[in-house]
Design a protein around this ligand. Structure first.
Ligand code: SF4
Length: 353
């Protein structure tokens, strides 16, 4: 007796089937993809961008179904910004950002309460890499969201509105942004958030203007000074550009640092013949290298991949497109949606024009 084993569809078949579904859904569907996604996912996207660019595009979309190829907080931010009658879907609901997971909403709420109890008027500023629950806590406390592209503008905005700022969840972005603004070292502190804020040092709490949450992106934090030294030794004329989620000592050694968009622009603007080491997620670095070769040589400062971004595959995208009626939708608790939207709105307003 022979067993019938279905032949798994070939990669080409997957792509054709996705294309067929996209065509039949027409304008009812839009697919967004972050730059850190696999090439065979990116090729199906209507819009490719970094987290700020993708968030900005959502309010202008008319499609009933927004399929977001990225990590959970990005899809959740899109859901906050989507209109009534629109649904945001994430092809793998377990694609979570490890940095966002380092700041649970209840702990943020409790640390803010401890800081307020010490008599400080603290304005919270959350990096977009955070849950809707955290954005809601921040929104309720008069704070805002920021991205790596506007962190300096938003930190200035927050410092003007209180006598201190709680920046979360990324301590590296907090430090790099404070360096950009020239905030003195004695006015900053990486918080000890164990015990939900009960271990805060009362003396520091009185003095500090920038409290940084102790979170980080492991993918960028892995890049060290030794990687920059090795790059310089291999190619003394090379340029180095890194993301501000990297350690401050790595950022200090680079020719430039900035958001994903600004890294892409930096590589495009570099003179022909340049060798550029890029310190960010490997899938973006490889795509840039392929796009700019042979005119420029783009090399990874270190091959570091975001596993969660990599969870979205063509197979899962296809399954998601087949089940738009349910199973992949991202929903924000209604009580969080309004204050979270307010925190995002404050950013968009402060950065308009
Ligand atoms: S690269 Fe880092 S910050 Fe971005 S999604 Fe992955 S873990 Fe989160």
């Amino acid at each position: 007796m022979s067993h019938h084993r279905p032949t798994p569809p070939l990669p080409g078949d997957l792509a054709r089937e996705i294309a067929r579904l996209r065509e039949s859904l027409g304008e009812r569907l839009v697919i967004l993809a972050h730059h850190y996604q696999h090439d065979d996912v990116v090729r199906h996207a209507d819009i490719v961008g970094d987290s700020l660019e993708l968030a900005r595009r959502v309010p202008g979309l008319a499609a009933e179904h927004i399929v977001f190829c990225g990590v959970y907080f990005m899809a959740e931010t899109a859901a906050i910004l989507a209109g009534p009658g629109q649904t945001v879907h994430l092809p793998d609901l377990e694609a979570d950002c490890i940095m966002a997971a380092m700041a649970p909403a209840s702990r943020v709420q409790s640390v803010l309460a401890h800081l307020a109890a010490a008599g400080r008027r603290i304005v919270p500023l959350t990096y977009v890499n955070s849950s809707a629950g955290v954005k809601a806590v921040v929104g309720r406390h008069g704070g805002a969201v920021c991205t790596s592209a506007n962190a300096a503008t938003m930190l200035r905005w927050a410092l003007e509105r209180g006598d201190g700022v709680l920046f979360l969840p990324d301590k590296n972005l907090a430090w790099n942004t404070a360096d950009q603004l020239g905030l003195p070292a004695g006015e900053r502190l990486v918080l000890d958030v164990r015990g939900d804020g009960r271990r805060l040092d009362p003396e520091a709490v009185r003095r500090v203007r920038l409290f940084a949450w102790p979170g980080m992106c492991a993918i960028h934090h892995r890049m060290k000074v030794s990687h920059v030294s090795a790059a310089r030794a291999a190619h003394p004329d090379a340029l180095v550009v890194v993301h501000p989620e990297c350690r401050p000592e790595v950022v200090a050694l680079a020719e430039a640092s900035g958001s994903t968009r600004s890294i892409i622009d930096y590589c495009h603007r570099a003179p022909a013949g340049a060798t550029i080491y890029v310190g960010t997620e490997i899938r973006l670095v490889e795509r840039l290298a392929a796009r700019l070769a042979p005119s420029k040589r783009i090399l990874p400062l270190m091959a570091s991949a975001c596993e969660n971004m990599g969870k979205i595959t063509e197979t899962k995208l296809l399954a998601c497109l087949k089940h738009l009626s349910g199973g992949y939708a991202v929903e924000t608790p209604p009580e969080d949606a309004a204050p979270a939207r307010e925190a995002v709105r404050r950013m968009l307003e402060a950065c308009a024009g």
